[in-house]
Design a protein around this ligand. Structure first.
Ligand code: CMC
Length: 457
């Protein structure tokens, strides 16, 4: 892999980072000619990687007082915010690659910690690197006792995602060295801490919500085996995780580890661009994930399936979705980028069968299959290219494994932590990045004078 010396203006020291394909690709003929019909002026803008720079439009002006042309792109539907070498998605073909490796191959052959290493450091680890990485993560799984006390302050019925977001943010106060974001060693230390501690935080949030004592990590177990231990251990001396369930969690974690510039990752990059410490950025990213249109969708899918209640009621629900009655959406369907079957959903469907051999079939599965069957042949969904996404079946698996629906977004946030950190670090070391600061088109009142209260109508 290419190694590029990147010196950030504010860096304590230069840092060496992997840069797979960051050099702009262009040729002399690659320009876009724009004619401004207001002035008759013509502009030739260079095209790099099939993209023009929005800042190049600023030269297009009607006169010296004109601020210059901007693009209007609510929800950033057609704006590349960065160059990235981490995750590639071809939404039309249903392709997802981490650092070039197809998600299907990683789901079959890798485990979460190895995939996290790949996402963070750019290459699959050697045996020695994997052992060292696993050891570091294992050594950091414990939570500071005061973090536990902090979590105890929540009401018993607090949503575990609210506890998770707050606790991840609170880690900023426990690890002040995290502020040294341009120090490579410090970044690595926070990476170990964050990846290792999010399952412990998630498990404690779960135990707290059901009034059970916290379980300390068991370093003999695998990453997901230990997570199951911290969640479900009762009075037994040593918890033995079910290998099928531990493996299923590993695969689910691989599938959720990164997904390029989605809402939460963009939040991570945006907060990080102000040079906040990584825990503050992670808390913001997790908050963005919480919403039902993003990581909260798997929770919403389960609630939807419960509301539908039976296979016989599926056609009526589909009718309501199509007519907009009750503001229903078919949760777990549709994606901003995938306009074909989400490749993660395909893998999940296979794991579901495996998990159900251990847990018994989730009775809601029949409803989900019928929803999918009808939707995939209904003109409304077909014409809008709405296919099942990762969240359509993941909730069914989590529920069968014994998780309450409130835990579903937390289970998404644990593996996504690897992706968030990788994207944050990539942003931090990218010399082209600055504090994120979009523009607006102001449509409010023009300047006016203050009116005293008695004169207001
Ligand atoms: N059910 C019914 N109609 C839908 C759905 C849906 N799930 N998703 C999109 N549509 C319709 C939408 O009403 C619109 O129709 P029209 O053109 O007639 O107005 C059209 O399809 C385009 O929708 P959009 O809202 O403009 O698409 P978007 O790219 O802004 O939204 C989405 C993407 C994922 C937010 C949306 O598809 C959705 O709300 N899905 C349900 C929530 C969900 O499952 N989210 C998880 C996403 S995957 C996990 C992750 O990465 O976060």
């Amino acid at each position: 892999m290419n190694q590029m010396k990147v010196t950030n203006q504010n860096a304590d020291a230069p840092t060496t980072v992997p840069t797979p394909a960051f050099q702009p690709q262009t040729s002399m003929s690659e320009t876009l000619t724009i004619v401004d019909n207001r002035t008759g002026k013509k502009y030739d803008l260079p095209i790099h990687d099939g993209t023009i720079r929005a800042m190049d439009l600023r030269q297009i002006k009607t006169g010296p007082d004109d601020f210059g042309m901007m693009t209007y792109d609510p929800a950033l539907m057609n704006t590349a915010n960065c160059r990235s070498g981490i995750t590639y998605i071809d939404g039309d073909k249903g392709v997802l690659l981490y650092r070039g490796y197809p998600i299907e191959q990683l789901a079959e052959h890798s485990d979460y910690l190895e995939t996290a290493y790949l996402i963070l450091f750019g290459e699959l680890p050697t045996t020695d690197q994997l052992h060292a990485w696993t050891r570091e993560i294992t050594l950091h799984t414990m939570l500071h006792e005061n973090v536990k006390k902090f979590m105890e302050g929540f009401q018993y019925d607090a949503h575990p995602m609210a506890i998770f977001i707050s606790t991840v943010g609170a880690m900023s106060g426990f690890y002040p060295d995290a502020k040294q974001i341009f120090d490579r060693e410090s970044r690595l230390r926070q990476t170990h801490r964050a990846i290792a501690k999010v399952p412990s935080i998630a498990a404690y949030a779960f135990r707290h919500s059901i009034g059970r004592p916290y379980i300390y990590p068991d370093n003999d177990l695998s990453f997901t085996g230990n997570f199951l231990n911290m969640l479900f251990k009762m009075t037994e001396v040593k918890y033995q995780p079910n290998p099928v369930l531990a493996r299923a969690l590993d695969v689910l974690f691989i599938l959720h580890a990164d997904h390029e510039q989605n809402c939460s990752t963009t939040t991570m990059r945006t907060i990080g661009s102000s040079q906040a410490d990584p825990y503050s950025s992670l808390a913001g990213a997790a908050a963005a994930l919480y919403g039902p249109l993003h990581g909260g969708a798997n929770e919403a899918v389960l609630r939807m399936l419960n509301d539908i209640g039976s296979v016989a009621k599926v056609p009526d629900f589909i009718r309501k979705v199509k007519s907009g009655e009750g503001n229903n959406r078919l949760m777990g369907f549709g994606h901003r980028v995938y306009k074909s079957y989400d490749p993660r959903a395909k893998v999940i469907k296979k794991i579901a069968d495996l998990v159900f051999t251990v847990t018994g079939k989730n009775p809601l599965l029949e409803i989900a299959l019928e929803l999918e069957r009808i939707a995939l042949q209904d003109e409304y969904f077909v014409s809008r290219k709405l296919y099942p996404n990762v969240d359509f079946y993941s909730g069914l698996i989590y529920q069968a494994m014994g998780f309450p629906v409130e835990m579903f977004p937390v289970l998404f946030a644990i593996p996504r932590t690897a992706g968030w950190i990788a994207q944050w670090e990539e942003m931090l070391l990218d010399p082209e990045q600055k504090i994120a600061r979009p523009r607006q088109i102001y449509k409010g009142p023009k300047q006016r004078d203050y009116i005293s209260r008695e004169k207001r109508s």
